[in-house]
Write a protein that binds this ligand. Structure first.
Ligand code: NAI
Length: 258
């Protein structure tokens, strides 16, 4: 039987990287997408060594042309698509609302929200051709359960919108046999700090003292990218065949506390 094919955005690092490794090890062929070609090519080579067929496409999730190239590469290399992980994202600038520049706001919206839209807009036709499919969007506890990261207004808005998109599209895509779910991670150890700029948090925060250990299940330690990847793997799999339109929190209980 032909191996199923998954498309993963933001595949070079963190949650996208862990998800790509997990999916390759569970029998998927992969189309990997991220900004720079070299890290993707290295990852592709290592996953190919484990028996997966892999195509690497460098591009910006916010660019129609780049997403068109990704869809064309999937069509050429595999002729099918079964699963989509819309994961690429940035923290962007966290600043008081009257300090945040319009182009800073736009950049966060472009990567996190327009990027999610374009990923689905260009990939859903491939899933519809198969008559089935599973999509997982990577949102966050921010904007969904948690509103205490000072200045994260643009970020939170994009993450809340991703949850709304998931619920809206679960109804629209059900008739095509396509499921769509969303994972909402809490603090996870990745490289996302490098896409974060924080200005004047003291002007936006409400000062509170958190109880010791703000991630209850780990006594305060952040989760690992693999923890999120395993949940994504479950949602993509047939084990979740009756699950759609559902947010799943992968936060060790953090979002309930803060
Ligand atoms: P990361 O920074 O380690 O990885 C993100 C990847 O996305 C990078 O490889 C980056 O090059 C890529 N990327 C960024 N902008 C892109 C663009 N315009 N086009 C294509 N690729 C782009 O971050 P991490 O933590 O793995 O983040 C993945 C997702 O998880 C994001 O959507 C983030 O909002 C979400 N998340 C992360 C949390 C954390 O604590 N690390 C918590 C909650 C949600």
């Amino acid at each position: 039987m032909a191996r199923p094919v998954a498309f993963v955005t933001g595949a070079s690092s963190g949650i996208g990287l862990a998800t790509s490794i997990l999916l390759a090890s569970t029998g998927y062929d992969l189309a990997l997408f991220d900004l720079d070609y070299d890290p993707l090519e290295n990852l592709a080579r290592s996953l190919q060594g484990q028996g997966a067929k892999v195509v690497a496409v460098d591009g910006d999730v916010g660019s129609e042309g780049d997403m068109n190239r990704a869809a064309a590469a999937i069509r050429d290399e595999f002729g099918r698509l079964d699963a989509v992980v819309a994961n690429a994202g940035i923290n962007g600038v966290w600043a008081p609302i009257d300090d945040l520049a319009a182009d800073e706001w736009d950049r966060t919206i472009r990567v996190n929200l327009r990027g999610t839209f374009l990923t689905l807009n260009r990939m859903v036709p491939l899933l519809k051709e198969r008559g089935h499919g599973s999509i997982v969007i990577v949102a966050s506890i921010n904007g969904v359960r948690t509103f205490t990261n000072p200045g994260a207004t643009a970020y939170s808005a994009t993450k809340a919108a991703q949850v709304a998109m998931t619920q809206q599209l679960a109804l629209e895509l059900g008739r095509h046999g396509i499921r769509i779910n969303v994972v909402c991670p809490g603090a996870i150890e990745t490289n996302i700090g490098s896409s974060t700029e924080i200005r004047h948090p003291e002007e936006a925060e409400v000062p509170v003292i958190w109880p010791q250990g703000s991630v209850p299940i780990t006594g305060g330690k952040p989760g690992r990218a693999e923890d999120v990847a395993k949940t994504i793997g479950f949602l993509l799999s047939d084990a979740a065949r009756h699950v759609t339109g559902t947010p799943i929190f992968v936060d060790g209980g953090q979002g309930l506390l803060r």
